[in-house]
Ligand binder design. Structure first.
Ligand SMILES: CC(C)(COP(=O)(O)OP(=O)(O)OC[C@H]1O[C@@H](n2cnc3c(N)ncnc32)[C@H](O)[C@@H]1OP(=O)(O)O)[C@@H](O)C(=O)NCCC(=O)NCCS
Length: 304
């Protein structure tokens, strides 16, 4: 693996440069040294195709437990490359049984929105979520109607944050009633930690002192394809009886103004492809898809 790392790093750098040329919201910033070190020290398997004496492709996936879906394998935008489609097929053919043997039930892969998805959908993958970006180059005038106020939520707001979280789960097709008590408790613990974290900002919009909307932001850690100074926007929810009154729009614009004042130049968000209100909202706000995540079950391999 160590021996192949420089050649793979070169391929990934080239691919990222191509992605950035196609989509200006993708950054081609890439530390070859860090990437090579990560490859050389990872305990996850990496496959390379060097049938013709030089590397024609690579595939890398990390297998982890997911709270809701169990064990799955993830490949980032730097987790694969291939000169020809049949090279990708050969790599997948090797990787799938190994991932299955690690207990993984599905493979999830990030691909450049638009240009990079076809090769995966042709192989039975389905788009599940979207990573979107926006450049923060505007200052917004935000006016809240009478009775509305904004504050930062803290640990004592856990019950309301849990309610918003359940609303988001439902919008993404997960009914909280179907979750095991251990899963619910793990989610509560995560939310408690989030509210305690000084680096996370949980915005609450209140109407007559009752929370009617929330959104969580934090500075995004370096991630392949992202620019530095990116604020990550997540956990947005508006109480059902207050929706379609531009509350989310006002809150996001407030967040963009705050983020710009703190030195951010970009914002990023992820949304579920089946969540239609979210898909419409993020586009209406000005976010553009950069990468999409595609999923393929590995379950059918068991029968082969
Ligand atoms: C998505 C959500 C946050 C939108 O909040 P909101 O305050 O109603 O959004 P806004 O009123 O600011 O809507 C702005 C624009 O987004 C789009 N939009 C918002 N909700 C929509 C819906 N249900 N259907 C279609 N388009 C919608 C529209 O273009 C809308 O502009 P318009 O009302 O002038 O047509 C809200 O529906 C919600 O809380 N959903 C459940 C939780 C969730 O899915 N969160 C997102 C996780 S990524």
């Amino acid at each position: 693996m160590k021996r192949d790392a420089p050649a793979i790093a070169q391929r990934v750098a080239r691919q990222l440069t191509r992605d950035a040329a196609r989509e200006p919201l993708v950054s081609d910033e890439f530390s070859r040294h860090d990437f090579e070190t990560a490859l050389a020290t990872t305990h996850h398997a990496l496959w390379v195709d060097d049938t013709s004496g030089r590397i024609r492709g690579h595939l890398y996936g990390a297998t982890f437990d997911d709270l809701l879906r169990g064990r799955q394998t993830w490949s980032g935008p730097d987790g694969y490359s291939f000169d020809f489609d049949h090279v990708l097929d050969a790599l997948c053919e090797r990787a799938y049984p190994q991932w299955r043997s690690e207990g993984s039930s599905a493979h999830l892969v990030w691909a450049l929105a638009g240009h990079g998805t076809r090769v995966w959908t042709d192989r039975g993958y389905r788009i599940v979520s979207v990573r979107g970006g926006i450049a923060l180059d505007e200052a917004y005038d935000v006016h809240w109607p009478e009775g509305f106020s904004l504050r930062r939520a803290g640990p004592s707001d856990l019950a309301a944050v849990v309610r918003f979280d359940e609303q988001i789960d439902l919008a993404q097709g997960v009914d909280v009633a179907s979750l095991r008590p251990a899963q619910r408790e793990a989610t509560r613990a995560d939310l408690r930690e989030l509210l305690d974290d000084p680096d996370c900002h949980c915005y609450f919009v209140e109407l007559d002192s009752q929370p009617v909307a929330q959104c969580v932001t934090f500075s995004l850690a370096p991630l392949r394809g992202n620019f530095d100074a990116t604020v990550y926007v997540s956990a947005l929810a508006v109480r059902p009886d207050q929706q379609r009154r531009s509350i989310a729009t006002r809150l996001l614009r407030t967040i963009f103004n705050d983020a710009t004042a703190s030195g951010a130049h970009y914002a990023e968000v992820r949304w579920h492809i089946d969540n239609e209100p979210a898909t419409s909202l993020w586009s209406a706000i000005g976010f553009r898809p950069t990468y999409v995540q595609l999923r393929r079950s590995l379950g059918d391999l068991a029968e082969r």
